[in-house]
Design a binder for this molecule. Structure first.
Ligand SMILES: [Cu+2]
Length: 579
């Protein structure tokens, strides 16, 4: 890799870590009784039979189809649970109440009947149990030309869409057919800590051949996703979308596209584990595994919009919904229709610059939560982030381009409302160079703003890297996956309001993600200072991003960089509090 003496230089300037209220606190411990995976091995034949029994949906139906089909696609709605369901919904309401978010049965003239609907199972806003199975398995996948051997959930990319309504219970049986232990993390979901999927911290990892059922109430509407939290498994094909609908707010759109972006190298001569090894070798790494072109490409991985360094890994492919740009997916609608695009970046080391040829994009949600709508030409989406966009479609075929920012390559999908030539892989919509969404453009919609509360604490998370050993740290310390309770932990108490300041002293951007919570960014330069609700925020080199968080979900939670290679190399910390 490139020499990075500048990083080592940065390392010498560690500012004092500020704590507004610094009190001695007990060391955070792993959750007292972490759930353990089911001990019984899963016979492959049984899993295959279960998979075969599942309804089959085409990629277009699952990822580009109408909302109604999506809702029941890969999830079974297995009955109503009367009073029990009412109680679960009550929990969801209690958790949501202080956010002021609309909830089924709580708002509007239909409140009484919706509530009754839960009890008798006849309403549209009641709680159900939504069941699904995820089989993590080795598989051969055609990316639209390149055929790769990889690991995925099922036999396609992305993994199956999981979808339910606010207040529903999601019950997912995860069967591990991988040669490694695994877990599933439900990114962005404020769910109980034992369901969070962090190995050796919130659960024992699911051993090869074992299974585990995750079960939790869907707490907030929005666009989320799921992926493993073990090693660099996420940089294989192990990821999928998770959408939570709000029956009280079905949205004003005619069609919906779920668009999943990814950077891809698994099965092309390198595995993510080998890449991590190479990176860990730092400046002395053996370059023999890489072509001259790749080496040259790395030198040019720069982006002004990302503040400099655009990434550590040069990928051979960039995928949109599992396809390379020479064989793109087609997203179909009719001219004049209002389309909701649910955009998610499942990449490990790549921020994408997204634009739709011939259209501007109205941003309506960030990381699942509504914002005051803002219309731009293009946006940057970092790893782990989601944006929901609205577009009124023109007549024709349009390139939906996801440029791998600073990496000189791109992913592509085709949005089609009529016949005509499909734009080629080289299509370059002018919108890519138009008005780019800035963080300061975004403010939470009033119903998504954190309620006013005085600050109880301020914690800094100082982000640094030491390239000699490819060691990434938070407040000068790295995370040991085998001894998570030794990790740098930021004390907190239930019910407090925490201000988190992500202080980036490294020359590289970090998408910082907090588990189990959604913070509100206090954006410098924003007119109102309100900022968007998010769970993952891009922090550029030498930038500080300030976020406020309501400590309303006790547990031991990760706060980490969503660059998978940074996270795996130590850039993880803990927020811990009990009730
Ligand atoms: Cu990072």
């Amino acid at each position: 890799m490139r020499p990075r003496e500048d990083l080592r230089e940065q390392h010498r300037h560690v500012p004092p870590v500020a704590h507004a209220r610094l009190r001695p606190r007990p060391r955070p411990r792993p959750w007292p009784q972490p759930p353990t995976p089911d001990p019984a091995p899963v016979p492959a034949a049984t899993a295959a039979a279960a998979a075969a029994a599942r309804p089959r949906w085409t990629r277009r139906q699952v990822l580009a189809g109408g909302g109604a089909a999506l809702g029941l696609g890969l999830v079974g709605v297995l009955g109503w649970k009367g009073a029990w369901a009412e109680a679960r919904l009550g929990e969801a309401r209690a958790a949501l109440g202080d956010l002021g978010l609309p909830l089924p049965g709580l708002h509007g003239p239909g409140a009484a009947s919706a509530s009754a609907g839960i009890a008798d199972g006849a309403g549209g806003g009641g709680a159900r149990t939504v069941r699904a199975t995820l089989s993590a398995q080795p598989v051969t996948i055609d990316l639209g030309g390149p055929v790769v051997r990889t690991w995925a959930y099922g036999d396609a990319l992305p993994g199956p869409l999981l979808r339910g309504r606010v207040g529903d219970t999601l019950e997912v049986a995860v069967r591990n057919h991988l040669p490694q232990a695994t877990t599933v993390h439900w990114h962005g979901m404020a769910i109980p800590n034992p369901m969070d999927g962090v190995p050796n911290l919130t659960q024992q990892p699911i051993a090869p051949g074992a299974a585990m059922t995750y079960r939790f109430v869907l707490p907030h509407p929005g666009t989320y996703w799921y992926h493993p939290h073990v090693g660099v498994q996420l940089d294989r094909g192990l990821y999928g979308p998770l959408i939570v609908d709000d029956p009280a707010d079905p949205g004003r759109y005619d069609a919906e596209f779920t668009v999943v972006l990814d950077d891809w190298l698994d099965g092309t001569g390198r595995t993510p584990d080998q890449v991590l090894q190479q990176l860990a070798g730092g400046m002395e790494m053996d370059m023999s595994g890489m072509s001259m072109g790749e080496a040259a490409g790395m030198a040019s991985m720069r982006s002004a919009a990302l503040g400099g360094d655009a990434g550590d890994v040069d990928y051979p492919h960039y995928l949109v919904n599992g396809r390379v740009p020479s064989a793109p997916v087609t997203l179909r609608a009719r001219p004049g229709q209002r389309v909701r695009i649910r955009l998610l970046n499942a990449g490990a080391d790549t921020a994408f610059r997204v634009a739709l040829g011939g259209h501007r994009l109205t941003v309506t949600h960030s990381d699942g939560y509504p914002v005051r709508p803002v219309t731009v030409d293009s946006l940057l989406i970092a790893m782990g982030e989601r944006y929901d966009l609205e577009v009124i479609l023109g007549d024709g075929a349009f390139p939906l381009v996801a440029e791998a920012e600073g990496k000189g390559a791109r992913g592509l999908a085709v949005v089609r409302t009529a016949g005509g030539a499909i734009p080629g892989a080289a299509a370059k919509p002018a919108e890519l160079r138009g008005r780019l969404l800035r963080l300061s453009d975004l403010d939470a919609a009033p119903e998504a703003a954190l309620p006013r509360q005085r600050l109880d604490r301020v914690h800094d998370m100082v982000l640094q890297g030491d390239m000699a050993g490819y060691r990434w740290t938070i407040n000068g310390r790295g995370y040991d996956h085998l001894r998570p309770s030794d990790a740098p932990a930021l004390p907190l108490s239930d019910g407090e309001r925490l201000r988190l300041r992500f202080v980036n002293l490294s020359p590289m951007f970090h998408p910082m993600h907090v588990h189990g919570h959604t913070f509100q960014v206090r954006t410098a330069g924003s007119a109102s200072g309100a900022g968007p609700r998010k769970d993952t925020v891009l922090v550029r080199p030498l930038e500080t991003v300030v976020c406020d968080l309501a400590a309303d979900n006790p547990g031991t939670w990760m706060a980490h960089c969503h660059n998978l290679y940074h996270a795996e190399s130590g850039m993880m910390a803990l927020l811990a509090y009990q009730n």
